[in-house]
Design a binder for this molecule. Sequence first.
Ligand code: DC
Length: 206
Amino acid sequence: MIVTIDGVAASGKSSVSGGVARALGIPYVSSGLLYRAATLLGLEARLDLAEAAPLLAHLRTLPLRLEPLAEGNRIWTGERDLTWELHQSAVDAGVSTVAAHPKIRAWVDEQLRQLPPPFVAEGRDMGTNVFPQAQAKFYLTASPRIRAERRSAERPEDVDAIEAALIERDARDTVQSAPAPDARVIDTGPLTLEEVIDEILRGVRG
Ligand code: DC
């Protein structure tokens, strides 16, 4: 079984996917972390993130591994755990450029398709491009204001600035962020985390 949970930035996808995966007793897979790892590794190698071919050639030389644990995904290159470095602001700033390259998207898709089901796959295009055969598909939305308010509870930044950055990121991510035609769209605005998880579990269990 594959369950896909896609949605806009800061819609709560990771927390929701983790909760759904734990309830089902299966791992979840964070595709965004692979885009983040590609960005971090490109920055460390001082590559121009606007150029796909050198970045891809570099990634292919590294022993990169995604470990899809139910309690949180980890990314390794050999013995090095990159996970805790993937949410730096330099990675946030570069990741949309990296994720816009079709060749890098194909590289990420290749890593994801090697993973043995069952799992919950979380990202932007899991239900459309990567796992169109998934049994249950969901797409999370919420207004930029609500997402910014949730983020500002975690970070000491101004809510207006977070909202403006989210609107800009939505615009850059739109191409790969359309819901699958057979996805159930959930507006998480009026719902708690537990309510979103419950709604998805009801959908999965039919
Ligand atoms: O989910 P996240 O914020 O960690 O994702 C980081 C970036 O990667 C985000 O800007 C969009 C991109 N991404 C993507 O294009 N496709 C995916 N399946 C997952 C993430």
